[in-house]
Design a protein around this ligand. Sequence first.
Ligand SMILES: C[S@@+](CC[C@H](N)C(=O)[O-])C[C@H]1O[C@@H](n2cnc3c(N)ncnc32)[C@H](O)[C@@H]1O
Length: 333
Amino acid sequence: MKEINLQNLMPHLLYQFKSEHELEKTIEKVGQIFNHMRENLESYANDEKMISAYVAYYLSTNIPKLSHVLDMVGIDLNDYENFYDIGTGPGTFLIAAHAMNPKLNLVGIDKSDLMLAQAMQILKGLGVNSDYSLGKKVGEFEKKKSLVLFSHSLNEMSENEVGNYLKLIEDQDVLIIEPGTMEVFNKLMPIREKMIERGYEVKFPCHSNKACQLNPATDWCHQYIMVKHNDEVERLTQKLHRNRRLMPLSVFFYSKSAEVEKCMARLIRVHKPTKFSIEWEVCMSDHSIQRLEIPIKHYSKKEQKELLKVTAGSAVNFEVIKELSDRLRVKLI
Ligand SMILES: C[S@@+](CC[C@H](N)C(=O)[O-])C[C@H]1O[C@@H](n2cnc3c(N)ncnc32)[C@H](O)[C@@H]1O
């Protein structure tokens, strides 16, 4: 596959931008639709110019995003033969998955003809040479080991549409990467229940299928990944006054068979550090919520710097130094 950069992508977009300015303005418009004008979501999926801007910007950023999410969850794409992407849009995650494991058979499903046309053009143009198919219907799932991804697509689907996909998927592993907002989290919680009913185990972010103890009216579980992009994307991101380095996400991983590494607790919120300690809120293995105080005197300056970069979603293992009235003072293992 060719290297992913604007020069290699541009000839394969459905719409040819006449200037960098036109591209930037269109990326801005797509961003506004996602963030503030969600009632217009249908419009971008049927607009060549917006789809092309989406590919130009998000394809490059979705590759490190998928890689970080897989690391955080503990999934190895080499363990799978098929990669299904439901609501694939222009196929950005198919390309990301191919970049990580070129042997994967790729299947992209989307309801928009134009998105599928763009996906086809970009997969061909970049020289993706594995088996791939693109279409509107999932069809029958092969018995081969498959990872099924929903990325920024579940939140656009009705309950019925989600239910129909889940019925078709049956026993395959399911990875969900959606925006890290409270609204999306509240949509993902009933899906968690449906997955459990269908015999799945919640492998991430939860420790088990036990009920979540966060108050859904005031709180939501989401993760952050810190991503470094190539210079071209960094430049565009700065021009657009975006922050694509620290990305809030709602990630779930469901499986009936996969083993992922267990941890004592999962970091769900990073509080402001004090002069003496780092302050975290974690979800314990019994799903109780616990505040941790981590005195920094146990760590070198370099380690302290690294600890300040740890984001929600990370696995946490610790030993208790002291039980305080409202928190545990701990040392990380
Ligand atoms: C925001 S895009 C995300 C594209 C891609 N997954 C990504 O993250 O780059 C959402 C896509 O979901 C598709 N979509 C929404 N509802 C769908 C459904 N019921 N079945 C298939 N695709 C759907 C839309 O057409 C759109 O292409």
